[in-house]
Write a protein that binds this ligand. Sequence first.
Ligand code: TYM
Length: 329
Amino acid sequence: MEIVLSGIRSTGNLHLGNYFGALRNFVKMQYENKCYFFIADYHSLTTHPTPKDLHSSVKQVFVEYLAAGLDPEAATLYRQSDVPETTELYLLLNMNAYMGELERCTSFKEKIRTQQENINAGLLTYPVLMAADILIHKSHKVPVGKDQEQHLEMTRTFANRFNRLYNVEYFPEPVAYNFGEELVKIPGLDGSGKMGKSEGNGIYLADAPEEIRKKVMRAVSDSGPTELNQEMAEPIKNLFAIMKAVSKQETIDFYIEKYNTCQIRYGDMKKQLAEDIILFTSPIREKISELSRDEEYLRKVVNMGAEKARESAAKTVREVREIIGFKSF
Ligand code: TYM
């Protein structure tokens, strides 16, 4: 049976990118595989949240996972900090991770640019902690969006290096996974780049319908094509990409045809897009508000997940210690 793992940072709510890039694939897999899904709250310390924010955002993401269809009876749903074994594997992997490769990582370079006041060592070793998350359960598949591809590549490098160094075939080579083969990148509403928490350009599963309408109507577009079958500008491609995720095929075909014949009215297209997003998110939003009131259920789910995840993690750390040469007297 294949082992599937995915995760999300605990900073901020779930947006459409998280859903279509990772969660949806995971939800589809949870009954056929051994699945782990976790909330990366250690990782969130790289941006220094306050204790109060740390707790409330972990709770919120937990609730949103459940509302979006994760079944805690089928999958193991846990928070990273409930599995301290991960930090031991992280330390061990750090010994074979090289400065050069960590400094070259795109997400680190990006952080150096955007978070100049706080370039901490946790940012540099972020991919090592992520590799530890994945390797602690010896995962095979990792449902993620396109933005995590490089981190997965680094995880394979660390896994292979460990196997070679100790002459074992211990860690599998985990692959980034999406059902449609190509990894997904859901764009933001600001005309370029991906939808992201740090970018502030997202539509969140918990957004109220009015909020969604406002955001979509404000999305960047242009003044429309001036000749038949004109190549689309980036912001327009982005609107269609979001539409492809939430709308019916006939709706997409209708607006493509309007575009190709220069008859498109972006106001109409955005109205339709907003309504389709609302239709899609509404049941999830309702479930979110129902679940956030059920403290007892949440506690039960968190405890159950922690226990199951630790069992698997403890086994890996025990075996890794042996391989490295830590033996009992
Ligand atoms: P994070 O929290 O940024 O995103 C969580 C998941 O959502 C996907 N995603 C997207 N997919 C498509 N389009 C987008 N615009 C978009 N934005 C986000 C991400 O690819 C991811 O799958 N480093 C990870 C968290 C993490 C992790 C792990 C993930 C830590 N350890 C181990 C998998 C396995 C992150 O920051 O994801």
